[in-house]
Design a protein around this ligand. Structure first.
Ligand code: HEC
Length: 258
């Protein structure tokens, strides 16, 4: 072999290495960026889920009060519910509701949720404060559905929040799981070794999807428990669920900008 051809070979060889390294480097940067974006999405989805549950817990804690026909003004103003929801958030998250950089999606989304909670509480004051009426249909799940709808509308499809449940348990058809949610519920949450309460997330095309399972507590069983088929106070049919059974899920979609 002439020394010329050896030089040509070695130049080709080092060019090859250069391009392979560059491609690998770019691949790593891409991987790192998408991981970082997924992590941001996960933190945001977790915050929104916890905030929604913290606000809904205020409705659960006050269900007996809301349904008391002897009391008019229940004192459940929007401000009070927001303050209590923030307290619950702190307990659940182990830190206060964070503040986010101005103009960020996290800031917009948090604001949308707080504003919507205020709107839902203001809109329902007359119903909640009606004297002489017991059961009012203002349930934790109804509150959560109204909040989810309001937040999704405010964020114009960039973030979608939804309350859903296993197909067999759905009472309100607007809460039906879509295909991805159905698969997450059936294949993840219902599998024997799934860690209870753990959210499940996946990036599907431009959508970051995040879903958190929820289980029936003692008060839920008044309506969702046994005996199956008997009417509950809302007039709906009890599902025959048991304490700790999977009862629903909070689902979020964050649509990633390109
Ligand atoms: C007073 C009766 C009652 C109680 C108590 C109750 N629920 Fe429900 N639940 C309902 C009704 C009625 C609906 C349908 C709400 C609607 O129309 O949006 C519902 C809806 C739901 C949904 C949404 C899916 C669907 O079926 O449309 C979930 C999830 C849910 N309940 C879970 C719970 C959990 C968890 C608890 C306890 C923390 C609970 N519920 C307590 C009556 C009740």
């Amino acid at each position: 072999m002439s020394s010329d051809s050896r030089v040509v070979r070695s130049v080709k060889w080092s060019r090859g290495i250069f391009w392979i390294s560059t491609a690998f480097f770019l691949f790593c940067v891409g991987l790192f960026e998408s991981r970082a974006a997924d992590n941001d999405n996960e933190v945001l989805a977790s915050e929104l889920t916890t905030l929604m549950r913290s606000a809904r817990a205020v409705m659960s804690e006050n269900q007996a009060l809301i349904n008391d026909p002897a009391i008019g003004d229940k004192g459940l103003s929007a401000d009070k519910v927001i303050a209590q929801a923030k307290e619950n958030f702190k307990k659940a998250a182990g830190k206060p509701l964070p503040s986010h950089p101005a103009g960020s999606l996290a800031e917009k989304a948090q604001k949308a949720m707080l504003t919507t909670i205020t709107e839902v509480m203001s809109r329902n004051q007359a119903l909640i404060n009606e004297k002489g009426k017991g059961y009012k249909g203002f349930l934790p799940a109804v509150f959560a559905r109204q909040v989810a709808e309001g937040v999704s509308a405010k964020l114009e499809g960039q973030v979608i929040v939804k309350l859903t449940a296993p197909k067999s348990l759905i009472r309100n058809r607007t809460n039906r799981p879509d295909e991805w949610e159905h698969a997450a519920i059936e294949q993840q949450f219902k599998s024997a070794d799934y860690v209870k309460g753990k959210p499940y997330s996946q990036t599907v095309g431009d959508n970051f999807r995040y879903i958190t399972p929820e289980y029936y507590g003692p008060t839920c069983l008044n309506c969702h428990g046994e005996p199956k088929g008997e009417r509950d106070i809302s007039g709906g049919l009890k599902e025959g669920a048991k304490l700790g059974d999977l009862g629903g899920a909070i689902s979020l979609i964050i649509i990633q900008k390109k």
